[in-house]
Write a protein that binds this ligand. Structure first.
Ligand code: FAD
Length: 369
């Protein structure tokens, strides 16, 4: 427990821990659709669901620290179905006004419509996805390659290039003529994605979010929020791993002595533990900075890269310390190994984020140590 949490925040942490133990863990192995519905209902009743939603739509708009506390506690139980705990946030649609607010934002927040996020394009795309004005519509052509949940999405918040004006975010309905679901696939962690092709898709002019040229900052802001979320869940996972390893290292090995008696094993375990302390400290500090209204773009990058790389290293080391049993399908470490690998690519590849961090310091004079 980070020492400086106040009484209310400690109560929130305890409530989140209980939710994981009493609601999420008993659902392990349940049918995903049934479990999702159950988690949403129970999370609404417990008050977690609206934390990510704007007050104007009935949400409670929790701050970064409160969200961090809940994510940390859920992940610290290695609980399933945590993705269903929070209600859909507004994402890039947050600033939508006019018809989009009623037609897309409100039903998205109420859970009646589902959205995907179209940013990544295939390496061999002949040209970036573009939108060209034609009267009161945008004509969109191009491809997106890795839209999470895209096959079930009603619309995709899509990054497009408007010739002469720069990047923009456009809401594209997946049932619009010219939208082709080219491929659906699953990644190692079990999540589902889709690739789309757009051929002369005619999108109403009002589906532009913000102004032309604003697209990239809007998209990056959405990714920035998600980076801190990854990091907060990552520190929770590190705590779960720590507890698991403590249990394992106290058990006797074939000689009858505790596994953790060997100095070499202790050194490896300590390495995880000291870095986990650094990770948890940095994530909570960054959440507090965000709540104080500070710009945390660079700190969020640092948290995401450090924590997701550390979780990967820690799960790998834990498997090594436990031995072959940890690789048997169904073992919690085997499942975690698959789950955490994608985190170093999703929401920004580690090395690309490193370059952004260096640019922040060297060219923009941004970021803290
Ligand atoms: C689980 C998961 C969910 C995802 N969900 C979405 C989604 O909903 N919407 C979406 O749009 N995308 C999504 N993505 C895609 C994700 O954003 C990309 O995988 C990520 O941004 C990396 O891009 P890329 O795969 O094209 O790899 P590339 O950009 O080709 O990078 C691959 C590697 O090349 C190297 N590299 C690339 N550029 C540089 C550089 N400038 N300097 C040094 N090294 C470099 C790095 O080693 C990097 O890891 C998801 C990915 C995953 C794994």
């Amino acid at each position: 427990m980070p020492e400086t949490l106040n009484e209310e925040q400690r109560a929130l942490a305890e409530q989140a821990g209980r939710f994981a133990e009493e609601v999420l863990l008993p659902l392990a192995g349940e049918d995903p659709a049934t479990a999702r519905a159950e988690v949403i209902a129970r999370s609404k009743a417990a008050g977690f669901f609206p934390m990510t939603q704007p007050k104007a739509f009935g949400g409670t708009e929790a701050g970064a620290l409160a969200l961090c506390i809940v994510r940390d506690e859920l992940a610290a139980r290695n609980a399933p179905f945590t993705h269903a705990v929070f209600g859909p946030g507004p994402g890039v649609l947050g600033g939508a006004t006019g018809p989009l607010r009623d037609s897309h934002l409100e039903p998205l927040l109420a859970g009646r419509l589902r959205a995907g996020f179209g940013f990544t394009e295939p390496d061999d795309a002949p040209a970036p996805t573009s939108a060209v004005a034609d009267g009161d519509v945008w004509v969109v052509n191009g491809q997106k390659s890795y839209v999470t949940g895209g096959a079930d999405a009603d619309f995709i918040n899509t990054l497009v290039q408007i010739p002469g004006q720069g990047p923009a975010m456009l809401v594209i309905d997946t049932n619009a003529p010219g939208v082709h679901l080219a491929r659906r696939f699953q990644s190692l962690d079990g999540s589902h994605h889709a690739a789309f092709e757009f051929s002369d898709v005619r999108v109403p002019a009002g589906h532009l979010i913000g102004r032309p040229g604003e697209g990239l900052p809007r998209a990056l802001r959405q990714i920035g929020d998600t980076r801190l979320a990854f990091a907060a869940s990552g520190v929770g996972t590190l705590r779960w791993l720590d507890g698991y390893l403590i249990g394992h290292l106290k058990q006797p090995d074939r000689t009858g002595r505790p596994r953790g008696d060997k100095e070499g094993v202790r050194l490896r375990y300590s390495d995880i533990r000291l870095k986990a302390y650094a990770a948890r400290s940095m994530v909570y500090r960054t959440a507090r900075l965000a709540d104080a209204g500070e710009n945390i773009v660079n700190e969020g990058i640092a948290c995401k890269v450090f924590t997701t790389e550390l979780v990967g290293e820690a799960v790998d080391t834990a498997i090594q310390l436990v031995g072959g049993a940890a690789l048997v399908v169904g073992h919690p470490l085997e499942a975690l190994y698959r789950q955490v690998r994608s985190l170093r690519l999703a929401e920004g590849a580690s090395d690309v984020l490193r370059l952004n961090l260096a640019r922040g310091a060297l060219e923009l004079d941004k970021g803290r140590i």
